[in-house]
Structure formats: C-alpha cells, structure tokens
Ligand binder design. Sequence first.
Ligand code: DX5
Ligand code: ZN
Length: 221
Amino acid sequence: MKYQLSPSILSADFWQLGKQIQEVEQSGCEWLHFDVMDGSFVPSLSFGMPVLKDVRKNTKLFLDVHLMIEKPQRYVKEFFDCGADSITVHVEACENVKPVLQEIRALGCRAGISLNPETAPECLEGLLDQVDMVLIMTVHPGFGGQAYIPEMTEKIRKVRRMIEDCGRSIDLEVDGGINAGTIDTVLEAGANIIVAGSAVFGGDIPQHTQGLLDKIHSYSV
Ligand code: DX5
Ligand code: ZN
C-alpha cells in the first residue's frame, strides 16, 4: 500500500497557482487534489475543466479529482478528457452510484467514492468491487480550513477493516482538517492518501509539504 500526500489546490493562491503547484511537485509530492464544487451539492463554487486542462498540460502530478457536485455522471467524461487520473464522486450526489463508478473505470480512469461525515460506511456494501479508492470526508464539505471531526477516526478504522475484508487493494483517502496535529490520528486509523489544503498552501509550501511527507513516509516503511 503506497502512502501519498494529495495537496488540495482549493487553498492555493490562484494568482500564483502554477508556481505553487511547481513548489509542491519539487517538494516530492506525487498527487494533486482538485476540489470541484458546484454551489448546489456543497454551498461553495470552486473551479472546473479549464483549470484542470491547463494544469494537466504543465505537470506530471497524479490529478486526483474530487467532484463535490450533483449528478456527477454529467461531467465524468469531460473531466477525464481534461486530464483527471482519478475521479471521485459522492454517494450522496448520485441516484445510483454503481453505473457512475463503472463509467469512470470504462474510461480507463481510477474511480473513487466519497462519503460525507453523516453517511454510514455500510453504504459501501456491494460497491467496493467498483472502486480504486474510498474518500472519507473528515469535515463537512464546502470549505478549506475547517477543523477535523474526531468522530471520523472510528469511521476510518471501520472502512479500513471493510477494505481488508474485501481482499482488494483499495486506497483510503481522508479530506478535511488534516495537518501536523491530526495526521498521526488518521494514518494510525488506516488512511493512506492524505488530502491537505490549508496545511500545505498557507505559508512556506516546501517546508509544510516536506513536513507532512516525512510523517506520511514514516508510516510507509
Ligand atoms: C471540502 C474540501 C476541503 C479541502 C481540504 O471542504 O475538500 O476539505 O480539500 O481543506 P483543508 O485541508 O484546509 O481542511
Ligand atoms: Zn477534496
């Protein structure tokens, strides 16, 4: 199981976006997290295909796209065509999430399923064969810079057990409120892909990135 830091560009300075993504890449990161928000499934609007397309042209990072949008099946192919390496959709945003996951995989893209804090892990029953990653929201989606919800620790443990029981190597990603103070908790609970926005992009990016990567790599030995 590979451990990764997936910095969320939602917290980047968009006037310096390209430069900041280069700093993250030069600091040893391999993934980059795109928090796409539609103002309907979540209260905020963020960015979409034009940003992804230009970032794709200029980086070799693995582009980890998180669709916090209603009816994501409408845009899956477009995001793939713009350069997504992984597309994660919310179970709460789909009438039937299984065909959406199957469409993502049929494109040759990794498929992820995301659960909001109030969504029980049991909703994953019968779906783990369709995914390459489970994303557990550790804040209520919509904004960067929120505090980690401690009740999510037990949920991370439970989903990691479900993944182990299904016998497939599925990544477990966590997103929201992850920083130097909470990263040990989520790694020990079983997360192996760490989304961090404000903990990476607020201040000295290389220093913050290196600090989180050092912590993550200490778990992957
Ligand atoms: C949903 C977003 C945020 C963001 C992470 O609100 O998905 O969780 O990526 O932001 P931080 O790391 O600042 O909590
Ligand atoms: Zn996200």
